[in-house]
Design a protein around this ligand. Sequence first.
Ligand code: UDX
Length: 437
Amino acid sequence: MKVTVAGTGYVGLVTGVCLAEIGHEVICIDINEEKIRLLKQGKSPIYEPGLEELLEKNAKRRSLYFTTSPKEAYSEREVIIIAVGTPENRDGSANLSYVEAAAKDIAEHMTDHVIVTIKSTVPVGTNHRVKELLNQYKAPHLQVKVVSNPEFLREGSAIQDTFKGDRIVIGSACQHAGDVIETMYKPLNIPIVRTDIKSSEMIKYASNAFLATKISFINEIANICEKLGANIEDVARGIGLDSRIGDKFLQAGIGYGGSCFPKDTKALVQLAGNVKHDFELLESVIKVNNHQPLLLLQKATDIAGDLYRKKVALLGLSFKPNTDDVRESASLVLAKKLLENGSIVSVYDPIATDNAKKMLGDHVIYCTSIDEAIRGAELTFIGTEWVEIKEYPVANYKKLMKNPRVFDGRNCYSLAEMKRHEIVYVSIGRKAILQQM
Ligand code: UDX
């Protein structure tokens, strides 16, 4: 099938590359010339395991092509997928200007009947609005159908999620248009859910809101466990084995970040507000999440006193492991708060340092190893559970830090091990180890 993907961010690029891999002729278009220049050289502008190999392979066999030209990208196509960003407006609602600009471009340059598929996360009702825009700007003799097809990819495992996803959601008003999209995905052999357009749009928001709720819920239980002397890991295992609850997304920590959960939860609260529904539950989920990194900081000041002028290490900057993405990272919330408190902050991340530099500037000391970051520090915070951090020999905290006190926002180590090494260790939802050396 001749497919174009508009937008080469995480979603667009992964989708384009994977569709080429399953046999389609794919063009990816972006307005960012630098990105397209890199992609044409076979280089991925984002870090995503397995992506560059597939990109190179499919570009070589000419099933994948990159361009900035709408004329090239939108003529003689059967399916055009919109996967551009929908950043957050000041009031928390989704900014649809990129989606609308892409729709206008498509309408002005399409040369055949086409199915426009919206993958970007958009508020309920947007597909209909895009259809109106397409109809307004297209040539009268051409036909355009709109299909909603939300994505559920996780950064860091996006390729695997595309090939082994739990479901593909296709929302359409026209049976034939939905059938064409179903056929496009057929080689993936993933269960398909067919719905109307609005339900499909809602599935995306409801999924992310539910997952965010699960995280804030387990974080609240963790906070209570700490006060009552229970252990969140045992509790999570105990509830997760109930198949109605499920054992995923029950990892307590300093909260969720990334490009989706924070933005989509706020957008859903807005969306509900627009129809005069007060989404109190989701508002609480957001509030709990905003508070979660601050609680760890509070525990640190309770133990170590004022952090002013203290040398503090922060390990992990990305919003989760296996990505260089620092958007809405809870770890960066910690970094900024530590700086506000006047701490001298050394940071280390295996791959997200360059992106973190854009947010933290030269206010922190960037280190190239865990050893370097923690050497001489009075406190260490852990913000991301990278394998490298989880496997770091804990004896080194005692050896290298001035005062071995670890505040672990991701429960990377076992309590017994930290006790054995006589390290002050405070984690999430577990007993604090406050031994004094
Ligand atoms: C998410 C959704 O999972 C995906 O379906 C959607 O399409 C985009 O948003 P992503 O943002 O890549 O994907 O990351 P995800 O792996 O879901 O993690 C999100 C955040 O939740 C991370 O900050 C992670 O640290 C946190 N998290 C996740 C927890 O704190 N505890 C958990 O148990 C799981």
